[in-house]
Design a protein around this ligand. Sequence first.
Ligand SMILES: Cc1cc2nc3c(=O)[nH]c(=O)nc-3n(C[C@H](O)[C@H](O)[C@H](O)COP(=O)(O)O)c2cc1C
Length: 183
Amino acid sequence: MNLKIISSTDRPNSMSLSVSNYVADLYKKEGINAEVVSLEEFPTADVQGGKYGKSIPSVEKFRQPILDADAIVWVIPEYNGSFPGILKLFIDYLPFPEAFVKTPMAFIGIASGAFGGLRAVEQFQMVANYRNAQLYPERVFVQRVNSAFDPETGLNVPLQQELLESKVTGFIDFVRNLNQPVS
Ligand SMILES: Cc1cc2nc3c(=O)[nH]c(=O)nc-3n(C[C@H](O)[C@H](O)[C@H](O)COP(=O)(O)O)c2cc1C
């Protein structure tokens, strides 16, 4: 399985990237070919002026690994009660309608606040639904992420860590079951 984990912000030194790297290691321990894609690298300068639908080599190069993915995990921080603008920009430069059709997706919300990115994830799920992705219903929300998460050991509360790990194996099963022929 070719899995991409998207760190959904362009903020330097973000917790999203730190959580994404940690989660990638959890998937690798399960034998999954997991790779982090950081939206910090999205070539925003090359899309200035609204170049929608045009072929832009730097954008093509950036989005191809995501289009080739068998499954995607989104690590989404809450910005102003929603998901970051760079994430919407990235989506708006993916080919329509084919990108994300039937792609299995899982969601991890993070926030410095008390709601753990719930609003950010739920709003983004509306976009993913619109693009006909297949959404894994077991989401993860990390509240107070700066104190709740350690880049070496994961989530400080044992129950939260157990849930995170069970949702990693759960998403792998979800993706594999989608690919089973119906008898
Ligand atoms: C522009 C911006 C808006 C933010 N808005 C919220 C918010 O609405 N609610 C919240 O809990 N945290 C908010 N935060 C804090 C983030 O949740 C915090 O930075 C956290 O570490 C996750 O984001 P990161 O991946 O940028 O580190 C905001 C941060 C930024 C940069």
